[in-house]
Design a protein. Structure first.
Length: 69
């Protein structure tokens, strides 16, 4: 596994992509499967993430269905 760092957020946390040895981007997979949200503020221009928002989640999994903020 490799971390591809981008920047730090306002709390000084490192923001990064998690890449598997086969090139799979774990961040993108989590968004695609409905397992997490992403913040446009920190990923401006990431067309992949924008496209993954509307991909149907796998059968039997509801994903994250409600934004609480």
């Amino acid at each position: 596994m490799t971390l591809q760092t981008h920047c730090k957020d306002k709390y000084e946390r490192i923001l990064a992509d998690v890449l598997l040895p086969d090139g799979t981007n774990v961040n993108h997979e989590l968004v695609r499967e409905g397992g997490c949200w992403w913040y446009r503020k920190y990923a401006r221009g990431d067309r992949m993430l924008e496209g993954l928002e509307n991909v149907p989640v796998p059968d039997g999994f509801d994903g994250l269905v409600e934004v609480r903020w």
